[in-house]
Ligand binder design. Structure first.
Ligand code: FAD
Length: 391
């Protein structure tokens, strides 16, 4: 295979597929190269929670834009994304009330439907919740979760409809340069000449960047998810929760189960190789998540484990991605390092990349917040009021 494209996109997760769609939609000749299958990386194992609660305006705007895409997926992209609206509750400790209220105000200011709940309202939305007086809560009625594999496959199909080529089981093994400009890629099936290359390789993002001589601070880290079945007579409220005091998130899962994951920043220490890690869930993790879930919904003391799995986050020093052309003017673009919260932002990132590659400005979510140079400048992304790793 010796081919040409305007743009080669490396990686068929949510970022690569949504970028391929937006680029092809603009009439560019796009080739997406994926070393396994669509959604074969982090995306396929994502909990795929879609919420708007962010503590900086640009990320909140990206989340809102993306929510509208998930809500109107068949019209905007075509196909299915499996969006399930459940509502989303964020819980913070009572001493973080001021910060939570400020974040909600910021979000409301840009049009997000969210509000701070009274203890009584929290009890109504989440009957059976323990100690509602000990937390402060905000609620987004429009949020929920999606089917990550269906989403990526639909983006891929939409890209194909606009003329994109998608090469599966094909690994990019080299990035070719002439001087400071990319000229294409070498793959396990031959070369592709291209004037622009997008690195959307998620946990492999630093490895792929190295092929172009760029060192990105993206660390693949092992994380886990556990499932629990409720007792016959009761179950947690069927809402998505981010429970920061309890260091967990949880949501309803198919089959009446509850999916539980951790929001512990220490997960950034669990460095791993995304090509060879233990994909089985640890017994200790199941026990820990089960205990924490039962602490918030005591009915789950009578719940049962239904196993789980391990997956990989691509974590950066500030838990936000690098979305940039590195180096500037090289034609080598990157959107990686989404640090465990990228799925919900995928539609916005695709648009940002398409704008970047075609030299347009993305009006409502300027990517300069995510520039690579922020680390060297000592200006990592920080929210106004952050609780743990919510962004
Ligand atoms: C367990 C878990 C739970 C999560 N929960 C949520 C959540 O609730 N909400 C949320 O918003 N986000 C969540 N995330 C994060 C979100 O899923 C990720 O941020 C997002 O999926 C990253 O997408 P990506 O396209 O950047 O990477 P990936 O999906 O990993 O895609 C990268 C692709 O690049 C391919 N690739 C790598 N190297 C090469 C190469 N050399 N040549 C060709 N192809 C290559 C890989 O095979 C892979 O398919 C979660 C992640 C995990 C792991």
């Amino acid at each position: 295979m010796n081919a040409t494209a305007d743009v080669v996109v490396i990686g068929g997760g949510i970022m690569g597929a949504s970028a391929a769609f937006r680029l092809a939609e603009r009439g560019l000749k796009v080739t997406l190269v994926e070393k396994t299958f669509l959604a074969g990386g982090s995306t396929g194992k994502s909990s795929a929670i879609i919420r708007q609660h962010y503590s900086n305006e640009i990320t909140a705007r990206m989340a809102l834009h993306s929510l509208r895409v998930f809500q109107n997926f068949a019209e905007i992209v075509g196909g299915e994304c499996g969006f399930t609206r459940t509502g989303f509750v964020v819980l913070a400790s009572a001493d973080q009330r001021e910060g939570l209220e400020a974040n909600v105000e910021l979000q409301r200011g840009i049009g997000i439907d969210t509000r701070v709940l009274s203890t009584e309202e929290l009890r109504e939305i989440a009957p059976g919740i323990a100690d509602p007086e000990s937390v402060v809560a905000a609620y987004e009625p429009e949020s929920g979760y999606a089917d990550p594999s269906a989403t990526v496959n639909s983006f891929g199909e939409a890209a194909r409809r606009h003329g994109a080529t998608i090469l599966l089981d094909t690994e990019v093994t080299g990035v070719q340069m002439r001087g400071d400009r990319v000229t294409g890629v070498a793959t396990s099936r031959g070369e592709i000449a291209a004037g622009a290359v997008v690195n959307a390789a998620g946990p492999w993002g630093a490895r792929v960047a190295r092929l172009a001589g760029v060192e990105l601070p993206i660390q693949p880290c092992r994380v886990q998810v556990a499932f629990f079945a409720p007792p016959p007579e009761d179950r947690p409220a069927p809402v998505v929760f981010a429970d920061f005091p309890n260091v967990t998130y949880f949501r309803p899962e198919t089959g009446g189960l509850t999916l539980v994951g951790s929001v512990d920043p220490a997960e950034a220490n669990h460095h791993t190789d995304p090509d060879g890690y233990n994909e089985r869930v640890d017994f200790d993790f199941i026990a820990d998540m089960g205990t924490r879930l039962a602490r918030r919904f005591p009915c789950m003391e009578r719940g049962q484990s239904r196993g789980g799995y391990a997956a990989v986050y691509d974590i950066t020093p500030d838990w936000h991605p690098v979305i940039d052309e590195t180096p500037p003017g090289s034609g080598f673009f990157v959107a990686a390092g989404h640090s465990g919260h990228g799925f919900k932002l995928g539609p916005a990132v695709g648009l940002m990349l398409a704008d970047f590659v075609t030299g347009q400005k993305t009006e409502h979510f300027d990517p300069s917040l995510f520039r690579f140079s922020r680390y060297a400048e000592g200006h990592p992304v920080r929210g106004r009021y952050e609780y743990s790793i919510a962004g």
